[in-house]
Design a protein around this ligand. Structure first.
Ligand SMILES: [Fe+2]
Length: 247
């Protein structure tokens, strides 16, 4: 069922806003990019767009200087919004029109004839998860229970950070690096393009977007600098710990 009229916490930890009216949504969001997102198309946003761009969990300049407001304006305001808009266009009038986002992702994964819907649905999901994986003044030490799990899986927090950075830097072309729970164990993985661990019965705890649009304006081709700065200064360990409890 698609939740109507508010935030919906999904099994994978996302708070996704679905089915709210444009007026309600703008009242919740109050953000610059979001207002722009629906300017000029209220009918589409209200009547034929069950999936809405969730508000950023912080101000657009809150991650500066690691990620600038300029990057956020394109990454969130253009790319993430674009995935949501494309998804709504692609599913209008189809069997996917009333499905929750995660169900669309799982129902279209691995089906070449549904590739466009999968890509836009998965990218919508991945980006919402990414914004929550970051926070201003993040990084540092995970909460104790999560730290213990990380040490059990990787040997130490430092070893985990190196493995996550390595996955992020070595992902060829576009994709994502993840900390996931696989059964009872934590592991690091990477996925290409829009691919997402939620199609593999894995529970994501954190992610880093390594598409060039995530860092190019601030770091040009220096992906490693972006990745290391995100790990040290922006990772939202509380979000990961919440996901671990739910997983
Ligand atoms: Fe992205």
């Amino acid at each position: 069922m698609v939740a109507k009229g508010g935030c919906m916490s999904t099994e994978h930890g996302l708070s996704i806003i679905t089915g709210v009216t444009r007026r309600e949504f703008l009242a919740v969001a109050g953000g610059v990019a979001i207002t722009a997102a629906f300017a000029g198309s209220p009918h589409v946003a209200r009547a034929a767009a069950p999936h809405l761009l969730p508000p950023l969990p912080y101000a657009d300049n809150a991650l500066d200087p690691v990620i600038s407001a300029n990057t956020i304006s394109f990454h969130y305001g253009k790319h993430h919004k674009g995935y949501v808009d494309n998804l709504n266009k692609l599913i209008a009038g189809t069997e996917f029109a009333d499905m929750p986002l995660e169900k669309i992702v799982s129902a279209t994964a691995g089906k070449p004839d549904k590739g466009a819907i999968f890509n836009n649905a998965a990218q919508t999901w991945n980006h919402t998860f990414y914004w929550q994986s970051l926070k201003p003044k993040g990084g540092g030490e995970p909460p104790a229970a999560l730290k213990q799990k990380i040490e059990a899986a990787f040997g130490s927090l430092e070893a985990f950070k190196k493995e996550l950075a390595n996955a992020a830097v070595t992902q060829f072309a576009s994709g994502w690096a993840w900390l996931v729970k696989d059964g009872d164990k934590l592991k690091v993985m990477k996925t290409g393009n829009a691919d997402t661990p939620i199609t593999q019965s894995l529970k994501p705890l954190l992610t880093i977007d390594v598409w060039e649009h995530a860092y190019y304006l601030d770091y040009q081709n220096r992906r490693a600098d972006y990745v290391n700065a995100v790990i040290e200064k922006l990772l939202n360990w509380e979000f990961a710990a919440e996901n671990l409890v739910k997983a």
